[in-house]
Write a protein that binds this ligand. Structure first.
Ligand code: 5GP
Ligand code: ZN
Length: 114
């Protein structure tokens, strides 16, 4: 997608600190981390938000979760725990409309809202 910042990271048009990549997903450090480990995991296919998942493309979610598991292991947070967060849409504060998951860990995380 033209003008999608995360598609530009996938295509190496803008730099990012890539921590994991396979044929379907890529993960890189968030530019504005809120925890010692703050990795953005995205599908290589442009899917704008969780609202745009379909029966035809939702198998990407298992790839995202398996990537998260590997990254958690690699960054040393698997045993202590982490959060995997998706913000969908305006009320949730989504700012980049290429569906992504925040992998957060390396510290005792803040209060849960649910
Ligand atoms: P959202 O607010 O949409 O859930 O999350 C978007 C995230 O993308 C934010 O945490 C923001 O810091 C991160 N981000 C935005 N632009 C860039 C960028 O160009 N590079 C990287 N590495 N992260 C970005
Ligand atoms: Zn995109």
């Amino acid at each position: 997608m033209d003008n999608c910042i995360f598609c530009k990271i996938i295509n190496r048009q803008i730099p990012a600190a890539v921590v994991y990549e396979d044929d379907r997903v890529i993960a890189f450090n968030d530019i504005n981390p809120v925890a010692p480990v703050h990795v953005i995991i995205i599908p290589k296919e442009h899917i704008a938000s969780a609202n745009d998942l379909t029966a035809g493309n939702s198998d990407i979610l298992s790839d995202v979760f398996l990537a998260a598991q590997k990254i958690a292991e690699k960054t040393g947070i698997a045993a202590k725990g982490y959060r995997l967060i998706n913000n969908c849409g305006a009320d949730a504060g989504q700012t980049v409309f290429h569906m992504h998951f925040h992998l957060l860990g390396g510290v005792v995380l803040g209060p849960k809202i649910i």
